[in-house]
Design a protein around this ligand. Structure first.
Ligand code: DC
Length: 260
């Protein structure tokens, strides 16, 4: 893995910790549902990323993967050889890298200090370290502020957005008019994650399920279903069914104000 530039030697690091949309320009069609925020929460492997991107495409909305902000910071810490199990080290460095996350559902860019890390943040190494990083309060306050800024900028630009994560409906965007909480059985979630890691031959379903159970335990304090969220068990559903349910919910929750 390449090491990111030393922020101290990087002029861009003067704005360390700021979030900039990684794509310029907007989705012209995104203006069709100006102001709409759809919160999609759920555990790893619940199908939320694929579903959230599908909903964003279906309704011409922008898309924010908040997990990628935690993964980007984790990648940066690992690349520097930091001890991610030490909350004090992680807290001290939380604001140092310049993390940029794009909102294009077709190609959500992720950059750290200008480097494209969209693929690098999906490795098992990052997946196994990210929960510890995401549980540090200073990390959460820093990245949640960044996520809220991206959502606010999107709305200010006249678009709507689907934001996915663990705490969107409860913490990041508690006023979102549409909230879903996706679940799936542990076995289904592990199978989906293993398929995503197909390039890594060491990722068996059993190993993935064990690692997932460990992550679930560390992620638990961050995960909550909002009182006004609708729970969808995706275990036996096809992707189109899940997208269709969320689009229908958006239509009913917003009384057609934003949708076709
Ligand atoms: O969804 P994901 O697997 O890419 O998320 C990566 C990690 O980030 C996961 O361990 C939980 C954490 N996370 C979080 O704490 N809050 C969010 N809103 C999104 C992700």
């Amino acid at each position: 893995m390449n090491h990111p530039a030393d922020p101290a030697a990087d002029p861009a690091a003067e704005s360390a910790g700021s979030a900039e949309p990684a794509e310029s320009g907007g989705n012209p069609a995104g203006t069709a549902h100006a102001g709409l925020v759809i919160a999609v929460d759920g555990p790893a492997g619940s199908g939320k990323s694929t579903a959230a991107r599908g909903v964003a495409r279906a309704l011409s909305l922008r898309y924010l993967d908040t997990g990628s902000t935690y993964r980007a910071l984790t990648w940066w810490l690992l690349a520097r050889g930091a001890d991610v199990s030490d909350p004090a080290t992680v807290a001290a460095d939380a604001g140092r890298p310049v993390i940029e996350v794009g909102t294009d559902p077709d190609e959500p860019a992720v950059r750290v200090d200008g480097r494209d890390v969209a693929a690098a943040i999906r490795t098992r190494q990052v997946s196994n370290a990210v929960s510890a990083v995401a549980s540090v309060p200073e990390v959460r306050s820093h990245l949640i502020a960044m996520q809220r800024r991206i959502i606010a900028d999107t709305l200010a630009a006249g678009a709507g957005i689907v934001a996915e994560g663990r705490d969107i409906g409860t913490v990041v965007a508690p006023d979102a008019p549409v909230k879903v909480y996706l679940t799936a059985s542990e076995a289904v979630r592990a199978r989906r994650r293993t398929a995503e890691l197909s390039a890594d031959s060491s990722a068996t379903v059993a190993l993935t399920q064990a690692e997932q159970a460990r992550r679930d335990r560390t992620d638990a304090p961050q995960m909550a279903m909002a009182d006004d969220a609708v729970e969808i068990d995706t275990s036996g559903l096809g992707l189109d069914d899940v997208i269709g349910e969320i689009v229908s919910l958006a239509e009913s929750r917003t009384a057609g104000a934003w949708t076709r």
